[in-house]
Design a protein around this ligand. Sequence first.
Ligand code: HEM
Ligand code: HEM
Length: 420
Amino acid sequence: MQNKNAIIINFLMHLHPKTVNVQAIKFTRTFGLGGINALLFVILAVTGLLLRFSYVPTPTDAYNSILALQNNSIFGSLLRNIHHWSAMLMVVTAFLHLLRVFYTGSIYYERKKNWYYGLALFAVVLAFNFTGYLLPWDQLSFWAVTIMTNIVEYIPFIGNGFANIIRGGETVNGNTLLNFYNFHTALLPLLFVVFIVIHFWLVRKAKGVTVADNTNESTVKVNPDLISKEIITALVLLVSIILFSIFFDASLLEKANPLISPNPSKAPWYFMGIQELLINLHPIFVSFIIPILIITFFVLIVKSQINKDKIGTWFYSKEGKKTIIISAIFASVLVKSLIFSFEYFINLSELNIPLYISTGIIPFLMYLIPVSAFIFYLKSVRKADKIELILAIVTIIFTSYLVMSFVGIWLRGDAMHLIF
Ligand code: HEM
Ligand code: HEM
């Protein structure tokens, strides 16, 4: 036992320097989120490898292999549940970690590259979840993947070809299942490991996580001060996931039927914001223009010059915090009002003009003009500086997405009409 503990501690020590700034190990500095994501990946890789022993990636047998796993082996359901719930949790914790590094200003200068690797990791986490979603081959998974790959088709010029490559055909079929299985169990694990090694190395290179007050240079020993906290967090996480998985089963509807789509047919919950956007906006904006604008913005923000004393401070400053709160309220009211108006009062598709104008440019401007006016107000009246404006815009983007996801997941029913 002594020996085993020594191996674990030795391994953890290799990931850290010998000493770190005393503030860096406060729980509220990182909420342990980077480590939690790393542990979730380990749990997923281990349970995933075990699932592979019974899973058969063909349309005739995939569903039955999961039923057999659940019914015929003692810990089959538990294994599947742990994999399922850890995967769902990882979308949340990866997003929270993204918010933590962004709102503590930990993405500028020497951490710029790690923001990019982080974004790549986030994309890989979503890809893992999306490809995993299809594998049970039930009605839920089949139609969710059908909806999402149809959205890909709307990307101008390359959309159709690209969607056909992912699906291995014109529709979701056996080739899609095999493609997704190979992405899920071979390509994505490889990508994740490569990115995470670089990610960790870059954290070390930047001399650890950011701290709020650079003048306080007192340090503590990583072993035991930090390592003990890491081990406790890991144990709490592990026990919570196992307990949750004992009591809550991952859903499994009836076997996929390509001829009957459920009503309503919904995308996976983390992509519901995209599906909700598609209800209100022309597909070219959803599949192409908006993603390009957001990705470009996320690539560019880290090139800004920020006052080095502010790095590591939650929400940048008191004023920054206020800016974030009013931006979130503003975005939430704006998005809800637009969704409500488009559902009950305004029918833009009836206008006698090309659809990309009536259901594209016009609703897009109905969002963009108030947002621009709000940013102008922050700049001219509240004298917000560049970093505060970045905080405001990112908050508006995330709040808009979260509100759309909320509406899509909980307030859309029969034929995707609003229900209360
Ligand atoms: C690294 C190695 C991994 C392997 C070998 C693996 C393998 C598998 C296998 C064989 C299945 C089909 C069984 C089933 O659906 O219950 C599956 C499902 C799934 N995987 Fe993974 N997986 C891995 C990592 C991940 C990661 C990192 C995520 C998410 C971040 C993930 C998310 C999912 C999801 C959401 C499902 C569907 C679960 C369900 O509802 O049944 N997997 N995985
Ligand atoms: C999903 C897998 C990920 C894992 C396992 C991971 C792991 C970690 C760990 C262990 C740290 C140091 C401790 C901490 O901040 O908690 C860290 C820092 C960092 N991560 Fe991640 N991360 C992941 C995803 C992301 C994402 C999605 C982003 C942002 C887009 C990101 C950006 C960063 C940045 C900028 C730092 C440096 C923060 C600082 O110096 O204070 N990471 N990551």
